[in-house]
Design a protein around this ligand. Structure first.
Ligand SMILES: C[S@@+](CC[C@H](N)C(=O)[O-])C[C@H]1O[C@@H](n2cnc3c(N)ncnc32)[C@H](O)[C@@H]1O
Length: 270
């Protein structure tokens, strides 16, 4: 890139931050450029400056851009093996608390499939153990930076693709017939959603389990390290942190967690 293209790109990043609060400089530059490139080609914008001008005249393009930058791909029970370990080993420990509130945080929850998957497993555990009262103490919080995803999460109405990794009996039990498939009210009840930016907002504290999967891969390493500090602060002692399949803890913070499953990227705060 020439110096003037670099300068135009910098202007564009500042504009996106100013207009939409999306802090481009915290994300991996290569990913960001690739995604910007996709939108620019789609709109036949030949320079960063031309694309910036287009954002001013066509607000719908801004929504598409934020969509492209945030990468909202998700599914119920995405990476099934992790959910099997979670159901068999983690969840019984997290849920089997006599009286205190049970707090779970899905950080970067996109359209809700992850926190709702957790709610489904919690309901199945409670039915099996005959402990329905546990569900009344369960609060699952889903946070994301992307408003459109959160609106979809609140609607809880899903296309077949979202249920691709969901066993048929689970779909039949917890969703109304479709497509699209409406998630049943009881699964939605313990789950709430909030728009929050993981990188600058304070984390919700007192968590017993944090899922932050397929979010940090897009972030610069120094930003990842700061985020792990936040997770440590947000977790109760004995609380678990689950990352995505290709993600892991980096930096000195590694010494402050214990590995539960390296394969499934599960860590615990001692
Ligand atoms: C690929 S999705 C992951 C969804 C789900 N955790 C999963 O693994 O299936 C990544 C999500 O992270 C969100 N995200 C990206 N940067 C964020 C930030 N700074 N704060 C909060 N959410 C963010 C995106 O909007 C997107 O919904």
């Amino acid at each position: 890139m020439t110096a003037s293209e670099e300068a135009e790109l910098l202007q564009l990043k500042r504009k996106i931050e100013r207009d939409r609060g999306f802090r481009c400089e915290l994300y991996k530059d290569k990913c960001l450029r690739r995604r910007l490139g996709i939108r620019m080609r789609a709109r036949k914008a030949e320079s960063f400056a031309a694309y910036a001008a287009l954002l001013d005249t066509d607000p719908t393009e801004y929504d598409r851009l934020v969509d492209a930058l945030t990468v909202n791909v998700t599914k119920f029970f995405r990476d099934r093996e992790m959910w099997d370990v979670l159901a068999a080993e983690l969840l019984p420990r997290v849920l089997d608390r006599p009286s205190a509130p049970i707090r779970v945080w899905s950080a970067g929850c996109s359209s809700g499939e992850e926190p709702y998957s957790l709610s489904i497993l919690a309901h199945e555990w409670a039915a099996r153990e005959q402990r329905p009262e546990t569900l009344e103490r369960l609060a699952i919080l889903g946070t994301d930076i992307d408003r459109a995803s959160l609106e979809a999460a609140e609607r809880a109405l899903y296309p077949p693709l979202a249920l691709e990794e969901t066993p048929e009996d689970v779909r039949a039990k917890w969703f109304a017939p479709g497509p699209p498939f409406q998630l049943r009210e009881e699964i939605r009840r313990p789950v709430s959603f909030l728009r929050a930016d993981l990188l600058c907002d304070d984390p919700p504290v007192g968590q017993n389990l944090i899922l932050c999967r397929n979010v940090i891969i897009y972030l610069e390493r120094s930003v990842q390290e700061k985020l792990f500090e936040k997770f440590l602060e947000a977790l109760e002692p004995g609380g678990y942190l689950v990352l995505g399949r290709v993600e892991t803890l980096v930096g000195p913070i590694r010494g402050k967690f214990r590995i539960v499953s390296h394969r499934e990227r599960i860590f615990v705060k001692p």
